[in-house]
Design a protein around this ligand. Structure first.
Ligand SMILES: [Zn+2]
Length: 318
């Protein structure tokens, strides 16, 4: 059997040339990656499509934006059919097809319908790898997504993939229902598909530190976090969960900025009214959720740049 010592490779001209061309290839791909800025396209709700020329990642892609219920949050100009929580969820595949072509990964923060319900269709269509909780993975299995595509996690994992690494962070859900919300149900087995809107249960909550070639993006899918889980992280981009009046949490904005080390860029997420279709005015959400948060960040962390996302708009960061 042939074995190569380090000195033999260095002095053998054929191996030297092979090594030199490999180094050149590696080097040229690194140069390409460093020249590509990161692009973040806001899909509404907690949904993002992030790419850096190397890798394309979807976060909580919820594109269907169904007209759920009646009353506040519904526009009289929205003439789509009303959906009830007891109805089976049906994805708007025409809208999804117009927005999503290729994606390598889908990261899912939790399994509520406004985070997960479009993922079965997108995962099937793109073959993307999905990282999410056991509940998220069991729901996707129900829709026929094969195990090879699924990475079930609980928080604490730190996975290296090609051109991309993801740290999974244990988290908690927004303090809904005036702090009376807690849903500890999970799917430990595969449920029956299709699911009703109400059957997309939370199933535990996560955050992600998505490490791209040039940027570390800390993602949130709720307006809450476990402080000690974020200690020591140095994200340069934070997708910050935003809601009305900090939802009764103790110094939410202040604690979030301090524990994440005042990130260079903050982009508010999950602030819009997701019952309205794209193109409808989000004026109420802008005034009641987005602007108060932005004003607070400017006061608390003057060096941070706050980028305001628009539906389907792309934010580019070098
Ligand atoms: Zn939720």
């Amino acid at each position: 059997m042939k074995t190569f010592s380090q000195s033999k490779i260095s002095f053998d001209p054929i191996h030297f040339l092979a090594l030199a061309s490999i180094l050149f290839l590696l080097n040229s791909s690194i140069v390409t990656a460093q020249n590509d800025p990161i692009k973040l396209k806001y899909l509404g709700t907690a949904g993002w499509q992030i790419s850096d020329g190397q890798i394309s990642v979807l976060i909580d892609p919820y594109i269907s934006r169904v007209k759920l219920g009646t009353g506040p949050g519904i526009s009289p100009d929205d003439n789509r059919q009303t959906v009830k929580r007891s109805d089976y969820f049906v994805s708007d595949t025409v809208s999804i097809d117009s927005l999503v072509q290729k994606t390598d990964f889908i990261l899912v923060h939790h399994s509520h319908f406004d985070h997960l319900s479009d993922v079965p269709y997108i995962a099937k269509k793109t073959g993307a790898k999905v990282i999410g909780t056991e509940t998220t993975c069991n729901i996707l299995r129900a829709y026929g997504i094969p195990n090879e595509q699924l990475y079930p996690v609980k928080g604490g994992e730190d996975y290296q993939f090609e051109n991309f690494a993801v740290k999974v962070i244990p988290s908690i859900h927004s303090a809904l229902n005036d702090k009376h919300y807690l849903d500890s149900r999970t799917y430990t087995e595969v449920p029956e598909a299709p699911l009703r809107v109400s059957e997309f249960i939370e199933g535990g909550s996560l955050m992600f530190l998505a490490r791209f070639t040039k940027h570390e993006v800390l993602t949130m899918g709720s307006m809450n976090f476990v402080e000690r889980e974020l200690v020591g992280l140095q994200p340069d981009i934070l997708l910050a969960g935003v809601n009305r009046s900090q939802l009764g949490l103790y110094k939410y904005n202040e604690r979030l900025l301090a524990v994440t080390n005042n990130p260079k860029w903050i982009i508010p997420t999950h602030w819009d009214n997701f019952r309205l279709p794209y193109g409808f005015s989000q004026q109420d959400a802008v005034e009641q959720k987005l602007l108060p948060f932005v004003e607070d960040v400017i006061k608390l962390s003057p060096k941070t740049k706050v980028l305001i996302p628009k539906h389907l708009g792309i934010l580019t960061i070098d």
